[in-house]
Write a protein of this length. Structure first.
Length: 192
């Protein structure tokens, strides 16, 4: 009787190990796929392609287990003057990858409620990021502001009758391991 019980237990343990191994391989595959995407591709997927999506980004952050970004850092990254609400996360907290953060905010600009989605990267090729952005041809340049060592480039997109403002904050003299901040601000969309 004990032998039958042990064999059943070993079979269950084997099945659990197979399931755990499959889950780890799937997670590794997703992480590896994410690592092969450029910073611009990650920004495009999270912020640019569908515009800022505050609620969906909050849900993704919780689902992904991203650690919270300090409030002062979050406020410093988000583009709205006085947001009604904001949240930020450190996307890769493994210590081996360069800094990457996602920040979303919701606030008012005049009578309109707007949402923003911002990503900040360190150790990024700013020139390649800007070239990738320019290759989308979706945005029209709308101005530039130079500061000490950095330049902010402003763009406008109109998508489905909704205007979006984009900002790229880049070093004036990129060196291939740069800090890049990219933001999208759009009127809040109510999804059904």
């Amino acid at each position: 009787m004990a032998g039958v019980y042990m064999r059943a237990m070993m079979r269950r343990t084997g099945m659990v190990l197979i399931g755990a191994t499959a889950a780890l391989l799937a997670a590794a595959s997703v992480a590896q796929c994410e690592e092969t995407k450029s910073p611009f591709q990650r920004f495009a997927e999270r912020c640019l392609e569908l515009g800022p999506r505050y609620d969906q980004t909050v849900a993704l952050a919780r689902e992904s287990g991203w650690p919270d970004l300090a409030d002062d850092m979050t406020m410093g990254i988000q583009p709205l003057g006085e947001p009604a609400t904001f949240q930020g996360w450190l996307v890769n907290s493994d210590g081996a990858s360069p800094f990457e953060a996602v920040v979303v905010a919701r606030g008012a600009v005049g009578p309109k409620t707007v949402e923003s989605c911002t990503m900040a990267f360190a150790g990024t090729d700013a020139a390649a990021f800007e070239r990738s952005f320019a290759s989308t041809e979706a945005a029209r340049p709308s101005g530039e502001q130079k500061g000490q060592g950095r330049v902010r480039k402003f763009f406008a997109i109109e998508r489905e009758g909704v205007k979006e403002a984009l900002t790229l904050d880049l070093p004036i003299y990129p060196n291939g391991a740069d800090e890049v901040v990219a933001s999208v601000v759009s009127e809040q969309r109510i999804e059904n």
